[in-house]
Ligand binder design. Sequence first.
Ligand SMILES: Cc1cc2nc3c(=O)[nH]c(=O)nc-3n(C[C@H](O)[C@H](O)[C@H](O)COP(=O)(O)OP(=O)(O)OC[C@H]3O[C@@H](n4cnc5c(N)ncnc54)[C@H](O)[C@@H]3O)c2cc1C
Ligand SMILES: *[C@@H]1O[C@H](CO)[C@@H](O)[C@H](O)[C@H]1NC(C)=O
Ligand SMILES: *[C@@H]1O[C@H](CO)[C@@H](O)[C@H](O)[C@H]1NC(C)=O
Ligand SMILES: *[C@@H]1O[C@H](CO)[C@@H](O)[C@H](O)[C@H]1NC(C)=O
Ligand SMILES: *[C@@H]1O[C@H](CO)[C@@H](O)[C@H](O)[C@H]1NC(C)=O
Ligand SMILES: *[C@@H]1O[C@H](CO)[C@@H](O)[C@H](O)[C@H]1NC(C)=O
Length: 621
Amino acid sequence: MFTSLLKVAAAACLFQLASAGVVVRDEEALIDTDDSLTGEASRPGQVRLDWSDVASLQSATYKGSNYGCKCYVGQSCWPAANKWNQLNNTVGGRLQAHIPPGAVCHNTFQGPFGNVSTYNAAACADAQANFGDEAWTVAKPAAALWTYFTNETCRATTNPTSPCTLGYYGIYVIAATTREHIKAGVDFARKNNIRLIVRNTGHDFIGRSTGWGALIINTHSFKEVTWINAYPGAGTYHGSAVKIGAGVQGGEILTQGHARSPPLVVVTGECATVGIAGGFIQGGGHGPWSTLKGMSVDNVLAFEVLTASGEFTTADANTNADLFWGLKGGGPASFAVILSVTMKTFPDVISSGATLYINGTYPSWTGGMDLFHKYANHFVDNGLYVYYEMAPFSIRVRPWVAIGKTQAQLQAILQPFLDELTTAGVVFEFMIKSYPTFFDLYNDLFEAEQAAQTALTGGWLFNHDDIANRRSQMVTAFQTVIFPRADLVGIMIGHLFNPGYNVPVADNAAHPAWRNATDFIITVLPVSETASLAVKADMQNVLTNTMDAALRGASNSGATYVNEADPYQPNWQTNFWGSSYPRLKTLRSKWDPKGIFYAIATPGTESWEVIEDGTRLCKKL
Ligand SMILES: Cc1cc2nc3c(=O)[nH]c(=O)nc-3n(C[C@H](O)[C@H](O)[C@H](O)COP(=O)(O)OP(=O)(O)OC[C@H]3O[C@@H](n4cnc5c(N)ncnc54)[C@H](O)[C@@H]3O)c2cc1C
Ligand SMILES: *[C@@H]1O[C@H](CO)[C@@H](O)[C@H](O)[C@H]1NC(C)=O
Ligand SMILES: *[C@@H]1O[C@H](CO)[C@@H](O)[C@H](O)[C@H]1NC(C)=O
Ligand SMILES: *[C@@H]1O[C@H](CO)[C@@H](O)[C@H](O)[C@H]1NC(C)=O
Ligand SMILES: *[C@@H]1O[C@H](CO)[C@@H](O)[C@H](O)[C@H]1NC(C)=O
Ligand SMILES: *[C@@H]1O[C@H](CO)[C@@H](O)[C@H](O)[C@H]1NC(C)=O
């Protein structure tokens, strides 16, 4: 058990990206080079938000309530084969009936269109070897990395006679390669009342990039990157920037930036395989540069988008400024499909990093937790970012990231903490090192993560005041997270950073509480792959009402992160967005009033629900 937990705990991402297929362009000035975006629609006030072609919902009754639901296969509303063929023609033959990645290890995929023979010894060996590999899973057209929300109905088994069904996966996937393919999918979903999901990398922890019976649009191929020396567009910033296509991943942009002269960086996540222009940016985006440069959305200059009504347009300080504000942290899959994001770039600089491991029972373990948090404000107030993991009797701080600081400077910041650990008799292993650039540090110190994790995730934000005044309650709460019940073990993945250090006030939808952040913690509760619905309900209850409740009770931040939190928590609206929520709800009713897009616990989705044990998506009437 402990070994598998440690696998979950090693949650940072290995930097191992195939750079094949990445398109790089160099551009001195213009950013709107795409012809499809130069029409009338990109000017203010010219977007057609016309909902007259939206198909109506299907009525249903569930547990005594009336619902209007999306249309599903087998119902009379389901588009006939010739309509799907037409869609397939429109997208150049890139529409596929979705078969889960584990199917190659099963004799039969019992899919929605009947039985398909799927066993393939070589493909199965590959699937078994790579089922936990992030890059392998990202490259599958509709796979989810955190497989709990696929319902675990088709893993890469060693028993080919075991059943393989679709579970909560989408039914069709468009492997889009042009913007018109994306538009074709959005238009088709809108006109036929089909549940729609845009899937970028599939990293979403809480199943937002998968959904039972949905049409999936995969954006992975949108790899175009354009480096801009002087941003000519709207707003006051005219420095260096980069336009990033919808499918570009964090590690790809950092690798390309490193190859520039001088080397450049972008505020990406800590994980190399997470996307930039998809769920990450719409959630706000935090990463190793966030103490120095703010959230990722603090650095956004423009978006190119496709609206729910099927119109191409831009969103920046001058054009569709309301949408621009909302896309910057207002929640994934809520307002538009993002085609590209343009962000500020910064010169890379010398950096230093350190790691520290503590193994041991009480009092070392709890003492280590306590002293580490005693210095948490000190670390971020000195401009640092820190990634750490806490599991039963193990603390791994890997790494401290000191951008622009020498090893001696980092050592001086850490020394009082190390001295106190020693005085307290805590045994630890410490390493410190300097690097020519942040990029070198990133490659050396951030670690691999496993895909195919069956786990629930939650999380909570601790601010400066919590650290200063509630540390002992926090340490008690951490023990509740890690030992929530006699038969269960949890894990904590923490990130120390403060986006308010250099960006105290921001004009975007990311929760205002980030500006006082010190420690954002993800909670992880591993669940058995074969758990029944009753066991899953019990596990969800433990996450919401024991683990995360303990963290909430030890904090006054009132905040957590839409991308890395429990979607079933009470008051997710204010916990994710604070005072910005009402404005986001209004934006939703303007840009997607009919619910063409849907992701759980995002603005305006209060009346939407997945009924019948994780299957039909419906609106309560
Ligand atoms: C190992 C790991 C490490 C992580 N590290 C960080 C981190 O350091 N910092 C951080 O902030 N977050 C981090 N995350 C969380 C991450 O922000 C979310 O998982 C995010 O949803 C990933 O976005 P994606 O587009 O890559 O993934 P997907 O799962 O493909 O998409 C997520 C959501 O965005 C929507 N979406 C995707 N593309 C588009 C688009 N073009 N237009 C509109 N909607 C779209 C999807 O429909 C879905 O709702 C991490 C996650 C994992 C699993
Ligand atoms: C779409 O067309 C391609 C090419 O003709 C074909 O291979 C594929 O099976 C079609 N998809 C569906 C769902 O019919
Ligand atoms: C599909 O395959 C399953 C498992 O092999 C089998 O039990 C079932 O009878 C098959 N259904 C049809 C319609 O062939
Ligand atoms: C999901 O999994 C549960 C528990 O194994 C099972 O009862 C249910 O039938 C599954 N549903 C789907 C659609 O796979
Ligand atoms: C802690 O345990 C790990 C894994 O067994 C080991 O690699 C590491 O050296 C240990 N560290 C300390 C400080 O004992
Ligand atoms: C940050 O904390 C300070 C002092 O505790 C407080 O005055 C301020 O309102 C807080 N800011 C935010 C955005 O929460």
